[in-house]
Design a protein. Structure first.
Length: 170
């Protein structure tokens, strides 16, 4: 299978139509494949639910409950504006540049924080936020007390609306 065919297979596997269109027409199949190849070789797994890549580093269970989670994520696209109902999130940018957007729950932008290698940020429970990469991708290490479960995220606005958040990217 050629690289372009493999990239198209990845795009076609994504369950969210907005994400598929972003990869097909904005990022481009070739660039998505380059990111996939770079991080697939480092143990990251492509998630067709989100269209992102993750590598679980650590989960500690106490009495059958997950007490803490440490994961790395590759973000080649903006992330939905969302919040976590049950965990504080701590992040460390390992590679790339971008913006971390904080909003109110009605979507009004409160703050945009520049992200670059070495940036550390705490995102308190219930705080709406999104990551917007400036370049090819952001590689972020995420830690929290408890389970960082994408199924428990509350989405306020899809990433495809990020232009309306007032932090424009070219």
């Amino acid at each position: 299978m050629s690289e372009l065919e493999e990239a198209q297979r990845l795009i076609d596997s994504v369950k969210n139509e907005n994400v598929r269109e972003y990869y097909q027409y904005v990022l481009g199949p070739e660039e998505l494949f380059e990111v996939y190849k770079k991080f697939g070789d480092r143990g990251f797994v492509f998630d067709p639910n989100s269209g992102l890549m993750f590598r679980d580093l650590f989960s500690k269970k106490v009495q059958g409950e997950i007490e803490c989670t440490l994961v790395e994520g590759v973000f080649p696209r903006p992330v939905d504006l969302h919040y976590h109902k049950d965990v504080d999130e701590y992040l460390l940018v390992l590679e790339g540049e971008g913006t971390l957007v904080f909003t109110t729950k009605d979507g009004t932008v409160k703050e945009g924080i520049e992200l670059k290698e070495g940036t550390e940020v705490k995102i308190p429970v219930g705080t709406p936020h999104s990551f917007i990469p400036d370049g090819e991708y952001l590689l972020i290490r995420l830690a929290c007390k408890g389970l960082l479960d994408p199924q428990k995220e509350v989405t306020l606005s899809p990433f495809s609306d990020y232009w309306s958040w007032g932090l424009f990217r070219e």
